[in-house]
Design a protein around this ligand. Sequence first.
Ligand code: GLN
Length: 539
Amino acid sequence: MTEVKYVFVTGGVASSLGKGIISSSLAKLLQSRGYNVTIQKLDPYINVDPGTLNPYEHGECYVTIDGAETDLDLGHYERFLNVHTTQANNVTTGRIYKTVIEKERRGDYLGKTVQVIPHITDEIKRSIKLVGTNGEYDIVITEIGGTVGDIESLPYIEAVRQMKWDQGLNNCVVIHLTLVPYLNATGEHKTKPTQHSVKTLLEAGIQPDVLVLRTEMELTEDVKEKVALFCNVDKQSVVQSVDVSSIYEVPIKMLEEGLDKTVLNRLKLDLKKDPPLIKWRDFLRKQSNPREKVTIGLVGKYVELADAYKSITESFAHGGAANECQVDLQLIHSEEIIPENVSSQLEHLDGIIVAPGFGPRGIEGKITAVKYARENNIPFFGICLGMQCAVIEFARNVLNFDKADSTEMNPKTEYPVIDLMEEQKSITYKGGTMRLGGYKCRLSKDSKVYGAYEKSEIIERHRHRYEFNNKYLKDYAEAGMIATGINPESDLVEIVEIPDHKWFVGVQFHPEYSSTVVNPHPLFVEFIKACCSKKNDME
Ligand code: GLN
């Protein structure tokens, strides 16, 4: 087995500089040169996973096919690489400590004092190596969350320092991403914050090999030379990352900057070939030359933070390009929709999507939005809670089930059309206990979804506790809402449709987690197509 090579990506100066996008872009370039690459995220917070975090805290929680609730950066990794990630691709401080404490209780360290170094750092190193042990990957890129100098990221930085020596200097590269601000008053770029940030890394015993400088405007050669001189790297290893309009342009920018070559040279690996990126460039061409434009409303309650719906937003970018259509996605606050204002809020839309979510806040606004879409024949797409809202709305307004509800919102409702899954009833712990990850679903042949997927069995990812109550299946079918996707093992309803409507699909799973640049999700592609056709009908 060939030796696995490691690339570490750290960040300095400020948070949110886009380490995830730089890691994904580098991985894309290495992959298209012919290497098998995966990306891992180490998160320095104490939660065992982000599943228990409010989206306002940390953005969307991304779910892998094997059912791990993970950081939203893993979504970028999959969207760029078109390769599945797993539980091993996201590790938090909470998970590291949990494992070490369990080992201590088991007696694995009998007689020893358990300490941050070596026990916590050893566990971090074990988690880093674990991703590469199945022999699938030539290169593992590990992104260290947070900013260097943070107290909580110290054990990770120490683990990286040790890895450089354990694995050998030709087998590890450290890329440090910083910000180079531009001062309008003096008309110049400032490198001092980068110098300080590199000093902080040096204090921790790490000399970065490559510096990626995030900047709003092109850097001059002088600025790069200055950074190289002060930070002990050669000039080729100073790479700029200028702001671009789409995150998907970053791999092309990094290719122009030679980031992939610099990294491969450092790792003593062959360049193999120039990255062809044919499908990627085709996507970019379509994305920047749309023939049509549609306006779609995303009704949700976390609209103040766009990251809360990251995978949905990106799925629209993929599906939009596939249709050569620009999707203007408007985030609409579900708490602000009431029957009296619904038409003024939604009448300009070519399509309506109701978002996933938890708890009763904003639920009535979502149900009102579904009713508007259903009654006005506006293409509708409901995801998870969005599908459940469609089921509740249909019960209340078509089946005349007075105050029908999900038992999540009203445990005493007379018509529990959405109810807790049987296996959920005895669960008390909230962390990692939902119905999570990939499940099979069988599609009915004469449905919109079958037309989209063009196959009768699919696997999609789930993250929920409640489900369609099969007791009412017949009532729904008779009144025109059909279950067109069923889990073949449990008989759970995974998809509902209204065949008489232009395009009305609700899915209990999360299609947005599996849409990628080169494989846009068929349901997003078809939904956008229906929105285009609705718009054209009106014109
Ligand atoms: N709150 C709902 C449930 O638990 C829907 C979850 C979701 O939208 N992800 O079933």
